[in-house]
Design a protein. Structure first.
Length: 232
């Protein structure tokens, strides 16, 4: 099932698709974890082959549409099998006219697959400023040497990222910056985003700042082009 995205949702993609859902990372800020009280078991990892079959029949997509795969879990977690992940990757090969965006807190898992054979996929990882994700950027770069497009999502940015930890940002194709969407969560300081933006600018890496950060300048860039730029 495809879910349309846009302003007020995940606005760096056009649709979300969840052929694999659920997660065992147990992040305190996870929006899916907050939903578990209403939907017990929602965090239990699941492979949904019926979702792939429905995707094969969809008529919503236009050439160039971006699909974020796995918005309700981490399909690259070690709890998923290679066959399950491969089934999703094979489907992306059938849609070369679209872009598939992946995001994981376990970027080392990318190394188990031949990513260079799929040039319409973007591979990303999360860096939130905590020790848990500190090495994710370097792990992503090592595990995706053959990938066409790779990115880091600094969302939710709950602690500042040091310049030292950003030394390899020049090897990325895109960064996203966002805040913790948990109700009542403190908004991160402008200076944290400034540091990321300045380091990205030095290497001409496109930057996409989500509205939830409250950054005073609207910056919504994508790999290969600048989509929106201006003042809020």
């Amino acid at each position: 099932m495809l879910n349309k995205q846009g302003p007020g949702k995940i606005d760096w993609t056009d649709y979300t698709w969840n052929p694999i859902s659920g997660c065992h990372h147990d992040c305190s800020y996870c929006y899916m974890k907050r939903m578990e009280k209403r939907f017990p078991g929602i965090m239990e990892p699941k492979f949904k082959p019926e979702s792939i079959k429905k995707f094969q029949k969809n008529r919503k997509l236009k050439p160039g549409d971006k699909i974020f795969v796995g918005s309700s879990g981490d399909m690259w977690g070690n709890w998923m099998t290679e066959n399950q992940i491969s089934a999703v990757l094979i489907e992306t090969l059938n849609h070369p006219e679209n872009i598939f965006q992946f995001l994981t807190k376990n970027p080392k898992r990318y190394n188990d697959f031949h990513l260079e054979s799929v040039d319409n996929c973007w591979y990303g990882t999360t860096v939130d400023g905590t020790a848990f994700t500190r090495n994710n950027m370097d792990d992503l770069i090592r595990a995706t040497a053959g990938a066409w497009t790779r990115f880091v999502s600094f969302e939710p940015l709950i602690q500042p990222v040091s310049q030292h930890d950003l030394s390899n940002i020049c090897l990325l194709d895109w960064i996203i910056i966002g805040a913790d969407s948990t109700r009542g969560a403190a908004r991160p300081p402008k200076q944290w985003a400034d540091c990321l933006i300045n380091e990205a600018r030095k290497s001409n890496v496109p930057v996409f700042v989500k509205d939830n950060y409250g950054y005073p300048e609207k910056i919504k860039e994508f790999p290969g082009s600048i989509e929106i730029r201006g003042k809020e």
